[in-house]
Structures are given as structure tokens and as C-alpha cells.
Design a protein around this ligand. Structure first.
Ligand SMILES: Cc1cc2nc3c(=O)[nH]c(=O)nc-3n(C[C@H](O)[C@H](O)[C@H](O)COP(=O)(O)OP(=O)(O)OC[C@H]3O[C@@H](n4cnc5c(N)ncnc54)[C@H](O)[C@@H]3O)c2cc1C
Length: 471
């Protein structure tokens, strides 16, 4: 990067707080007290992110008499669920293209279930009065290089041929009429398939609803070990045990209480910035009246959107895998990535020169080798687990919660009949192979971005094995 570019990026970041913007909010609820002594319940939910909260909420909706306990190691919504981009997508498969590659015979059903899932989220947000700035404004996949534009045109044609929901193609002029950036060559606007929301407020709202429905929520209560107990299971915490007939694990990127599931996901750190609120003049200088979310169609992609108070959230690009698959709060800050992100921001929006960033943060994404969630049972069907959402779990975790409840009930439903639900991704190898494979893949993907999208031998071999890497 040129010296002036670095200096401008550094200046724009100089006042940024090292915190997720969404969590730095006076409305952050106080944590519920930790468990004190033993508990007995019908269903124990481990994890207070969207996965766990939707599971507890839907369990109560399905059967209000069921005794449900939720334990959370820290505070509900502090992890990925409180620090993501807030793109709440209908897709259950990390995008239609990924779903089509892996489950072509099910894609129409998967897309339909995904749309119904997003509708159900919107309906629950309204019904329970969850104030999370839900806006169903859609998302535009944008092209900044000619080969990306050709890829978008091709995808537009294919969705039409396959009878899938067809996004609207925007040529350069129409794209720039939506969002005026000199780097944007065109885009595909999916108007109904994505909503934007305030992620932490969704998590906090779900927690409030769970409490209202009678879920007993214990925060600062890590589950340390899981074992059979009579006809059910018991989870040990530092303060007592929870005995439950059934347990659902929504622990995402953190080590699963079922050890054999650990190699199926790796943590990949993703980073984001938010600007100060834009004045009306600054906002007018870039258009963006329709408030869609945007995402680059490159492998190393940026995602960006407006907040309710007209800040721009600007994230993505670097996807960092820490050797050994560590998750550690020290990894939430990465100044070299923040500088890079800020520099890219001003290339996209030169009109916003002088704008300051107020927050800079990162978080771990539970990446799996098929990019979309997988579902498992353990302990003879008494425990269900869902993870592997790979950066697209804001919406899909509600579907995952339904699947976990179906599995625990031993029911065959339209969800559990899916091959997508019954199959599993390939696990990651142990170190140093995981690190070496991921680094090699990242380098190849970066090369593909700058060489007209051409995939090298390594990526083609990975494609043949159905293996991938994404954030
Ligand atoms: C920076 C970033 C940006 C993202 N952007 C988007 C986006 O725009 N759109 C999108 O769809 N997805 C996005 N994602 C992904 C999305 O946030 C996740 O898929 C989703 O939040 C996963 O929810 P979860 O409940 O499974 O996980 P989490 O929110 O991580 O919750 C898991 C919880 O389990 C708790 N826990 C773990 N182990 C234990 C234990 N043993 N005992 C008790 N509690 C435990 C943790 O403390 C944590 O609170 C992003 C993620 C990140 C990090």
C-alpha cells in the first residue's frame, strides 16, 4: 500500500474502539445469574447464541409445558451472534450456488424451506416485538472485476433456466444508481432473500422472549462435560449439574461437548469496522437510498451495509485461521487487517474521505468443509448438535434449531428427510495439515481473484473432492 493510503487509513481508525459496535450499546441487558446447585429439566440447551436461543424458544412454542434450561458460558449473544454483519439470509446452504453444487436434487426444496425460515424469523420479530431494526431490503452481489461481472451474468441466466428465484441483474449504470462507487461494475440484487438487522438486539430479544416463555437461563455457566445419566444426560458446570432428558448443543465454534464432532469445524476469524453516522450530505454523495446489503463476489470479499443510524459496517476480506484452531479474545483485534479494510473502504467510497471509524472488531466463524450446517445426534439420540454455518448463520440457525428439535423428538419431518440434513462434511485433518491445507487454499483463492477467476490445480482437486474453504 502507498504511504498516503496507509496514513489516511490509520487516521480514519485512530479513534476506533476495540469492540463490536453492536455490543457497545446501552440497551445491553444484564446477565442472568449463574447456576447455583443442580437443576433438572426436560431439555437442556447449551449455548446462548442464536442456535441455542431459537432452540429454547421453539421448544417452548412446540410444547409450553416442557421444562427448558439454557446455560451460556459467558453472556447470551456475546460471540458470533452479537458481532456479525447482520445479513439475515434465506439461504440455508451458504448461497444457492453452493447448495446447487452439493444437493442439486434438493435445491428447490432447500430454497423453499429457507424462504419460509426467513419469513418465520420476520413473523417472530413482529409477533414478539423484538426491536432489532429488521429491514427486508435484500442484498446485491457486486462485481468489481470483469470476470466477476461475467460470473454474475452467468448465474443470472442459470437461475432462470433452473427455475430458481432469479435475482435482478444491474448493469454498471443501474448499479451505480443504487450505490455510487467507482469500483462497482454491476450486481445481482436479491430483493427478498436477505434482511438486515441489528444482530445483538436480535439475540437479546430472543433471550427476553425465552425468559417470558419460562425458559430458565443461566449465564456465566460453562458446560464442562457431558455424560449419560439414567434415561437422559447430565452436564457438569462449575456450580452444579443439569440433569436433562434431552440436550441440544448450540456451541458453534467452541469445542463441542461431544469430542468426536470437534474435527468437523475450524475457527476462521473475520473482521469488521463501522463508521461514524453519515450526515445526510455524505449519504447523498453515495446514493444508497434503498439500504440493501452488499457483498463482493470475489473469494476475498467485503460485505457492507448501513445501520439504522446510517453508519456503514464494512467487513470481510481477510479470513484468518489460527494454527491449532485456537479461539482466543486476543484474536478479536488485528490492526493490519483493520488498516487494509480502511484503505479498501476509501477506494470504494472516495466521496467519504475524512469519515472516521468508531469501532473495529473480529470474531470467530465456525467454518466447515461444505460451508453449511451439519446436524448430528449422540448418546443414543438424547443429544443433538448443529454447527458449521460458516459465516451465514444469522438466518439458518433458526432452521438448525428446528432440525435439532426434530432429531431429539425422533421425528421424520420434511427437514430431517433431507440429504443435506442427513449427510456430514468431511472433517479437517490434524495439525500441521489443517493449517497447511487452509493456507494453500487461501493463497490459491487470492490468485484466482487476481487472475480472472481461473482456478489452479489445487483448487480444482479440492472442487473434485467437494472440499472448500470460506468464511
Ligand atoms: C465477524 C462475523 C461476521 C458474520 N457475519 C454474518 C452475517 O452477516 N450473516 C450471517 O448469516 N452470518 C454471519 N456470521 C455468522 C453468524 O454470526 C453465526 O453463524 C451465528 O451467529 C451462529 O450462532 P450460534 O448460536 O451457533 O453461535 P454463537 O453466537 O457463537 O453462540 C454460541 C454460544 O455458545 C456458548 N458456548 C460454547 N460452548 C459452551 C459451553 N460448553 N457451555 C456453555 N456455553 C457454551 C458460547 O459462549 C456462545 O455464546 C458472522 C460471524 C462473524 C464472527
Amino acid at each position: 500500500m502507498a504511504f498516503d493510503t496507509v496514513r489516511r487509513a490509520a487516521t480514519s481508525l485512530s479513534g476506533a474502539r476495540p469492540l463490536p459496535y453492536w455490543l457497545d450499546d446501552p440497551g445491553r441487558p444484564t446477565a442472568r445469574p449463574a447456576l447455583a446447585g443442580d437443576e433438572v429439566c426436560d431439555l437442556l440447551v447449551v449455548g446462548g447464541g442464536y442456535s441455542g436461543l431459537w432452540t429454547a424458544l421453539l421448544a417452548k412454542e412446540r410444547d409450553p409445558g416442557r421444562e427448558v434450561v439454557l446455560i451460556e458460558a459467558h453472556e447470551a449473544g456475546w460471540a458470533a451472534s452479537g458481532r456479525n454483519g447482520g445479513f439475515c439470509a434465506a439461504s440455508l446452504t451458504h448461497g444457492t450456488a453452493n447448495g446447487l453444487d452439493r444437493w442439486p436434487e434438493e435445491i428447490a426444496e432447500l430454497e423453499d424451506l429457507g424462504r419460509r425460515n426467513l419469513d418465520a424469523i420476520e413473523e417472530a420479530v413482529t409477533r414478539y416485538g423484538i426491536d432489532c431494526a429488521f429491514e427486508r431490503t435484500g442484498e446485491i452481489d457486486v462485481a468489481t472485476r470483469p470476470h466477476e461481472l461475467a460470473g454474475l451474468r452467468d448465474w443470472h441466466r442459470r437461475t432462470g433456466e433452473l427455475g430458481l428465484a432469479q435475482p435482478e441483474f444491474l448493469d454498471r449504470d443501474r448499479m451505480r444508481a443504487e450505490v455510487d462507487s467507482p469500483v462497482l461494475l454491476g450486481g445481482l440484487w436479491d430483493r427478498r432473500g436477505v434482511a438486515l438487522l441489528h444482530p445483538a438486539k436480535l439475540a437479546w430479544g430472543l433471550k427476553r422472549v425465552c425468559l417470558g416463555l419460562g425458559v430458565r437461563v443461566y449465564e456465566h455457566t460453562p458446560g464442562l462435560a457431558l455424560a449419560r445419566s439414567g434415561a437422559g444426560v447430565a452436564v457438569r458446570t462449575p456450580y452444579g449439574r443439569v440433569f436433562a432428558r434431552r440436550a441440544a448443543l448450540g456451541t458453534n465454534v467452541f469445542p463441542s461437548l461431544v469430542r468426536r464432532l470437534r474435527p468437523f469445524t475450524v475457527p476462521v476469524y473475520d473482521y469488521a469496522l463501522t463508521t461514524e453516522p453519515l450526515s445526510a450530505d455524505r449519504l447523498a454523495s453515495i446514493g444508497w437510498r434503498n439500504r440493501q446489503g452488499l457483498g463482493d463476489s470475489a473469494h476475498r470479499f467485503h460485505y457492507f451495509r448501513l445501520s439504522a443510524d446510517n453508519r456503514i459496517l464494512w467487513g470481510g476480506y481477510d479470513a484468518v485461521y489460527p494454527f491449532g484452531g485456537r479461539t482466543d479474545p486476543s484474536l478479536d483485534q488485528r490492526p493490519e487487517t483493520f488498516l487494509k479494510l480502511a484503505a479498501h473502504f476509501f477506494t470504494y467510497f472516495p466521496q467519504l474521505s475524512g469519515v472516521r471509524f468508531t469501532h473495529a472488531w473480529g470474531g470467530a466463524i465456525d467454518t466447515c468443509s461444505r460451508f453449511s450446517a451439519f446436524f448430528t445426534t449422540a448418546y443414543g439420540g438424547r443429544v443433538a448438535h448443529a454447527a458449521g454455518y460458516t459465516g451465514l448463520g444469522v438466518g439458518a440457525t433458526r432452521f438448525g434449531a428446528e432440525v435439532m428439535l426434530d432429531l431429539l423428538a425422533g421425528e421424520r419431518t420434511e427437514r430431517t428427510a433431507l440429504r443435506m440434513v442427513r449427510s456430514r462434511p468431511l472433517p479437517f485433518p490434524p495439525e500441521p495439515f489443517a493449517w497447511a491445507g487452509i493456507e494453500l487454499t487461501k493463497r490459491s483463492l487470492a490468485r484466482a481473484d487476481s487472475h480472472g477467476g481461473r482456478r489452479d490445480l489445487w483448487l480444482r482437486a479440492m472442487d473434485r473432492m467437494g472440499l472448500g474453504f470460506d468464511s
